[in-house]
Design a protein around this ligand. Structure first.
Ligand SMILES: NC(=O)c1ccc[n+]([C@@H]2O[C@H](COP(=O)([O-])OP(=O)(O)OC[C@H]3O[C@@H](n4cnc5c(N)ncnc54)[C@H](O)[C@@H]3O)[C@@H](O)[C@H]2O)c1
Length: 271
């Protein structure tokens, strides 16, 4: 379904080569935006860009380590040279590592915080000047339901995702006066390579069984698809959300709407 909501826009998607970010690249291109995206794997980047260019879209891929300040600065300098401005920036870079405060090594803590959180700071640091050249625009940071409710054994990931929501709020306040809106999305489980890797680590023979089980943990009864999150990002960078900034939008099939404590099935005045 295309609406051409982004005709004439220039978008950057950090972490656009796979999963949710890939969905964002596709949906934004289909809606008329020129899209510059990057990921960490050159082959993945090239394959996605090639397919979209063959479909006639104005899409360009780069390989950038999102946690490396010089690499991110150089990427945005190239975008400035090629496009002259930016109207939308979506940050979907992320990695998942498991562990408690005791079992997470200091190296893993730094890796997760650098890739998941510092990357968003860097994208903003070097991307906001391009949004300003556009006379305003919108940023969407991909956080997670884990920002507000945690599984066990994900201390570093959860810390990074909670900080993304807080940073989004701070940036929204900083840039509202310049017409730059900053929001986050908090997805539930979404069927991406990241989710499949987690499922495969729990049941290498049947990851689909784990994914179906996770799906049943969402009131909608299934996990999400990347384009369902991408459509929320489309709303948040489009004029349809012109009065929305500093928000964290749950895109989670209702996962955080309920609590898993049983209550009586039938209405009763006796309880
Ligand atoms: N899949 C889910 O269930 C889920 C749920 C909630 C939040 N999220 C979040 O959504 C975002 C995307 O996750 P996904 O599931 O699509 O994962 P994914 O593994 O499919 O994609 C991750 C993307 O990040 C890029 N990336 C990773 N490390 C990088 C680095 N150092 N430099 C540059 N790019 C790098 C990859 O190239 C890829 O494009 C992440 O922030 C993740 O935490 C995912």
């Amino acid at each position: 379904m295309t609406s051409q909501l982004l005709t004439g826009d220039v978008a950057v998607v950090a972490g656009g080569s796979s999963g949710i970010g890939r969905g964002v690249v596709e949906v934004f291109a289909e809606n008329g935006a020129a899209v510059e995206f990057f990921g960490i794997d050159p082959r993945e980047n090239d394959a996605l860009a090639r397919g979209l260019v063959e479909r006639g879209f104005d899409v360009r891929a780069s390989t950038v380590d999102a946690a490396d300040p010089r690499a991110v600065e150089a990427f945005f300098a190239e975008v400035a040279e090629r496009r002259g401005r930016l109207s939308a920036l979506v940050n979907s870079v992320g990695i998942q590592r498991y562990g408690t405060a005791e079992t997470t090594s200091v190296e893993t803590w730094d890796e997760v915080l650098n890739v998941n959180l510092r990357s968003i700071f860097l994208s903003a640091k070097y991307g906001v000047p391009l949004l300003r050249l556009n006379g305003g625009g919108a940023i969407v940071n991909v956080s997670s339901g884990q920002a507000v409710a945690s599984q066990k054994n994900v201390v570093a990931y959860t810390a990074s995702k909670g900080a993304i929501v807080a940073m989004t709020r701070a940036m929204a306040v900083d840039y509202a006066g310049e017409g730059i809106r900053v929001n986050s999305v908090c997805p539930g489980s979404v069927d991406t390579p990241m989710l499949r890797a987690s499922a495969a680590s729990m049941d290498p023979d049947d990851p689909d069984r784990i994914i179906a089980e996770w799906g049943r943990g969402h009131p909608i009864g299934r996990v999400g698809q990347p384009r369902e999150v991408a459509n929320a990002c489309l709303f948040l960078v489009s004029p349809l959300s012109s009065f929305v900034t500093g928000a964290d939008l749950r895109v989670d099939g209702g996962a955080l709407a309920g609590i898993s404590l049983a209550a009586p099935d039938e209405a009763s005045d006796d309880v």
